[in-house]
Design a protein around this ligand. Structure first.
Ligand code: SD4
Length: 330
């Protein structure tokens, strides 16, 4: 058996990898296999954090971030903070295949997806997401993702702190020394939030896709790393592909998947490329939580993580079924 097809995905999302494998093994293109895999996760609501019904924002709403990238053409399609449509990855593929654009956002992304034939408008909440949100409200709405705000009883609206609001000895966290206070909580991140999947098809073509409902109790309007090319995913037929998961607000400042693919282009093995991309972030944000998976054109795969234990899944022609590999921060 050859080295292709190969499917690599964040987390032990076994059913999603099986779905992508079946498609790729059956002769589907890498792009279409990625869609089969990611949309299986959306339908299964993998861990409650992909697809509808997870990660309520401060208003209790679930929204979709998704991206697909074709490593042959370097085309990308993505949707961000998409409301009322549960098929994130299919919406991303529609953007890629039927428009000259790369990224559509919010309600306009939903209108596009529905006009192009996807089901909707749909309520993306579930009893689990509503219950989680209700509890959070009842417990005083811990402001998960704010900084430099005037503390207040109740659930906002928050106001920016001014110099007059600072108590003696206190200063804004982003000061001139470049020291940023640790993020107040990672409560908004689950252990598994994002499927990011790479496929190399039978022809040796590379594609990658990401789908997530983001971070819990995020500020409405927040877009994560999911729909950002080079951050949550990147693919190049000449080199290979990368997928990422973790604290997207931080990760998207470093474009870790672009970094991984470029390092592999320079000849770095996937393992070293993955570790390097993660450590570039960790050097500046020691408390950061995240992981990447990488695969090169030789079918060599690897991952690296920081701040949590991470698992990724692989299926290739040498395996009888999907295999999960566990990693710890190195
Ligand atoms: C985000 N990267 O929206 C996603 C969340 C995630 O594991 O992957 N969590 O920031």
């Amino acid at each position: 058996s050859g080295k292709y097809p190969i499917v690599v995905s964040t987390w032990p999302f076994v059913e999603a990898v099986r779905a992508a494998w079946r498609a790729a093994d059956g002769g589907f293109s890498a792009v279409d296999a990625v869609v089969e895999g990611c949309s299986a996760c959306e339908e299964l609501r993998c861990d409650g954090t992909v697809g509808p019904g997870g990660s309520p924002d401060e208003n209790g709403e679930t929204t979709m971030d998704a991206l697909i990238m074709n490593g042959v053409t370097m085309e990308v399609g993505a949707v961000a903070a998409m409301r009322y449509v549960k098929d994130g990855i299919r919406a991303a593929r529609l953007v890629m295949q039927h428009t000259q654009h790369t990224l559509l956002v919010g309600e306009k992304a939903s209108a596009f997806a529905i006009a192009m034939g996807l089901p909707g408008p749909t309520n993306l909440s579930s009893s689990e997401s509503m219950e989680k949100w209700t509890k959070w409200k009842e417990n005083g709405c811990q402001p998960n993702f704010w900084k430099n705000i005037v503390p207040q009883d109740g659930c906002g609206p928050y106001h920016p702190k001014s110099n007059a609001d600072l108590t003696e000895g206190e200063c804004f966290s982003s000061n001139l020394m470049g020291v940023v206070e640790p993020r107040s909580s990672l409560v908004g991140l689950h252990s598994h939030d994002t499927i990011s999947m790479a496929v190399i098809d039978k022809m040796g073509h590379v594609a990658v896709g990401t789908s997530t409902n983001g971070a819990t109790f995020k500020i409405p309007g927040r877009v994560g790393d999911g729909p950002i090319a080079g951050s949550s995913a990147y693919a190049d037929d000449e080199v290979g592909a990368c997928g990422a998961t973790g604290d997207g607000d931080i990760m998207m400042r470093f474009l870790p998947c672009y970094q991984v693919v470029e390092s592999m282009r320079q000849g770095m093995e996937p393992k070293l490329a993955a570790k390097d991309a993660i450590s570039r972030i960790a050097r500046r944000f020691p408390d950061f939580v995240g992981a990447v998976v990488a695969v090169n054109k030789n079918g060599v795969h690897a991952g690296a993580c920081h701040g949590w234990t991470f698992q990724y899944s692989v299926r290739n022609p040498d395996m009888d079924d999907v295999e999960d590999l566990g990693l710890i921060t190195e």
